[in-house]
Design a protein around this ligand. Structure first.
Ligand code: SF4
Length: 302
């Protein structure tokens, strides 16, 4: 009560980062699920369609059920959505065996990356070389990429992992689409250092595979976090993209707080004349950002 009273005297300005909200891949997957559920009672999603519990709850009320790999093995004659992250070829084979109809929402950007890595793998299987993927081990997109090269790829998560890389040259290096571009650069530099490779050494070939929607986000986010006195970053705990963007935001503006929804916003974080910025990950729906704005506006009588 005391905090609320303190809040009522405050002058705050609140706005939403115009670059926040679902990326195109997630918008497309959610739209396809909603369209299907308008005429059908049930749709299965292999893995969470979006790493955001609140949005998943909304979709589950419409009839979307999230299943895992054990779950899909048991299904017969049902419809299953493949999310934007994509899947390895084994999943498509299983769907065929189990007579499952697929609504394939693999993001076109991920699909292009899968095709590219597959082509390179085909060439390397004749000429020799090593595929290295910078990404989160076990992440669906990374599993999809690894599956497309028959498991013949080394996944590195961090600069520390670089030391354990073995394999023959040339190295072909790819990144998961949602990684931090600066971290990707750090990985590439660490590999070059570790193997004494110069910048123009033909034994290392780097592919720019970070999604533009993600890489552009860093410049925008830097400006946005810099121009506000406090940032509320809204995203699900499970979102790897969310955690990366939150950490980046916090490195620019130390008064950055991560919340899953408006209920986690703490009024004691705010000070008089704060310029409040509301941001989210590529998995945060716009309506959740708007809920946070309404909550702050109502709490402080703005
Ligand atoms: S981040 Fe980019 S590549 Fe990944 S799903 Fe979204 S639009 Fe597609």
């Amino acid at each position: 009560m005391q905090l609320l009273e303190r809040g009522l005297d405050m002058n705050l300005s609140v706005d939403i980062d115009s670059n926040s909200g679902f990326c195109n891949g997630v918008v497309r997957a959610v739209r396809k699920a909603e369209e299907y559920l308008q005429n059908n009672e049930k749709l299965y999603s292999l893995g969470a369609i979006v790493h955001n519990d609140t949005e998943l709850e909304r979709l589950s009320h419409l009839g979307l059920e999230v299943i895992d790999y054990e779950g899909i093995k048991e299904l017969r004659n049902k419809t299953v959505l493949i999310r934007a992250h994509g899947e390895p070829p084994q999943t498509y084979k299983l769907a065929q065996t189990n007579s499952l109809e697929l609504i394939d929402c693999t993001c076109p950007v991920v699909l292009k990356l899968q095709q590219r890595i597959k082509e390179i793998h085909k060439i390397l299987s004749e000429t020799g070389g090593t595929i290295i993927i910078f990404g989160k081990k076990g992440h669906a997109e990374v599993n999809g990429l690894v599956g497309n090269v028959n498991g013949e790829a080394i996944v590195v998560e961090s600069v520390e992992d670089v030391e354990s890389i073995t394999g023959e040259f040339p190295f072909h290096i790819f990144s998961q689409t949602t990684r931090d571009p600066q971290q990707y650069q750090n990985i590439i530099s660490a590999i070059k250092n570790n193997f004494s490779l110069s910048d123009d050494d033909s034994r290392i070939i780097v592919y720019n595979t970070i999604c533009k929607q993600v890489s552009n986000r860093y410049d925008n986010l830097k400006q946005y976090a810099d121009s506000h006195t406090i940032i509320i970053f809204v995203c699900g705990q499970q979102s790897s993209n969310g955690r990366v963007l939150y950490n980046y935001c916090k490195s620019i503006n130390p008064r950055t707080y991560m919340v899953e929804n408006y209920r986690q916003v703490d009024k004691s974080w705010f000070f008089d004349y704060d310029k409040v910025g509301i941001c989210g990950a590529t998995s945060t729906p716009r309506w959740q950002l708007e809920e946070v704005v309404s909550y702050i506006n109502n709490s402080f009588n703005i």
